[in-house]
Design a protein around this ligand. Structure first.
Ligand SMILES: NC(=O)c1ccc[n+]([C@@H]2O[C@H](COP(=O)([O-])OP(=O)(O)OC[C@H]3O[C@@H](n4cnc5c(N)ncnc54)[C@H](OP(=O)(O)O)[C@@H]3O)[C@@H](O)[C@H]2O)c1
Length: 334
């Protein structure tokens, strides 16, 4: 039986927020695997802000997706046919599958899912790269210490939800910043954060942070950059740690926001450090063991926002930059 591979290709390089017009779809017959290759059925694709930079001519840390190529993206797939002794039909794997329904990939690019840690949804969710990013960002870069006063921006998103909960596990006072009443209610009522700030409803964000964090901030986990980062800097405690995880607010900012309050880093003898999760590749197993244990005990949650069908992937990517995702954004394909 010949299956059809539905694909979404990059058509143009966006300026600002990506739109569906930047992509085009096509179909091809699936390619039967050659020696040491595997034919897969894509089940879930993770939709991540980093994809926007891969669409640019000069992404910086990774090769750009060439125009006309299948859009790059990671996810979970099921083995349909294997010519590798390492994989059997029916097994679940994670890989850079790309935005396509039936990729044929070299077996060396796949990683088998450890089903003892969680099912496919757990692997695209809290055990996926957003959970791993939160783990290393909060613990290694943030040097989280029990009792710290912690502020997390983008707190209702994929990384932010996990980062905030990691701080809760360490008995920290945790404040989450998110856009809109529904997201803030989720943070307060479901994740039980100590304080929440709806930045879209605040005319004076520095003052709102001051009210939510009256004793200041030991760790600021920043997912958004721009004016939110600037406002947080005003409330640093001595020897605070600022974790630069992402700066999604600056993707469509023209001109980019200029940070004014860097002097606070000096006077508070604070540390500000960026990181990329890929640098921790050798320690992913450590993070996943830690996250899986808490997820299985019902202590760690991650709300997923799932769209059904590969054709939703192009519009999904833009949703991240408009705050339209209610949780970790995922496209269910198979
Ligand atoms: N360093 C790393 O290795 C690494 C790895 C993965 C992700 N990241 C970064 O982590 C961040 C979160 O990624 P994610 O996958 O978990 O996405 P996400 O938080 O699930 O989704 C993005 C969220 O960003 C917020 N946002 C968008 N535009 C904004 C603006 N102008 N101002 C303030 N907030 C805005 C929106 O939330 P609101 O509705 O609350 O505004 C939106 O829901 C991103 O910056 C990403 O680049 C870094």
């Amino acid at each position: 039986m010949t299956l059809t591979n539905h694909r979404i290709l990059l058509r143009s390089r966006p300026t600002g927020i990506p739109y569906p017009d930047d992509f085009v779809s096509d179909t091809e017959a699936t390619r039967r695997p050659a020696k040491d290759e595997v034919l897969l059925e894509t089940l879930y694709l993770s939709i991540d802000p980093a994809m926007r930079s891969w669409m640019s001519e000069n992404p910086g840390y990774q090769r750009a997706v060439p125009l006309g190529d299948v859009m790059r993206g990671g996810g979970i797939g099921r083995v349909l046919e294997s010519r590798s002794s390492d994989y059997q039909p029916g097994e679940l794997v994670q890989a850079r599958l790309g935005w396509q329904t039936h990729p044929t990939l070299p077996a060396r690019y796949l990683q088998k899912l450890d089903m003892a840690k969680g099912d496919a949804l757990a692997w695209i969710g809290p055990l996926g790269l957003s959970g791993v990013t939160a783990y290393f960002g909060m613990r290694d870069i943030g040097e989280l210490t029990p009792g710290d006063r912690v502020l997390v921006s983008g707190a209702a998103g994929g990384v932010g939800q996990i980062a905030a909960q990691i701080a809760r596990f360490e008995a920290c006072h945790v404040t989450g910043i998110a856009g809109g009443t529904e997201k803030c209610a989720y943070l307060a009522n479901e994740l039980r954060l100590d304080a929440v700030i709806d930045y879209k409803a605040e005319s004076d964000l520095p003052a709102a942070i001051g009210r939510a964090c009256p004793d200041g901030i030991d760790v600021y986990f920043d997912n958004v950059g721009g004016p939110t980062l600037d406002a947080a800097l005003l409330h640093l405690r001595p020897q605070a740690r600022v974790v630069l995880c992402g700066r999604i607010s600056q993707v469509a900012a023209d001109p980019p926001y200029g940070i004014r309050n860097l002097g606070q880093v000096l006077t508070r003898r604070a540390r500000m450090q960026g990181f990329q999760v890929f640098s921790y590749h050798d320690r992913y197993e450590e993070a996943r063991t830690w996250l899986a244990a808490r997820h299985q005990q019902g202590q760690l949650h991650q709300r997923l926002h799932i769209l059904d069908g590969l054709h939703h992937a192009p519009e999904a990517l833009g949703m991240l930059f408009r705050g339209e995702n209610n949780g970790k954004l995922v496209v269910r394909v198979g």
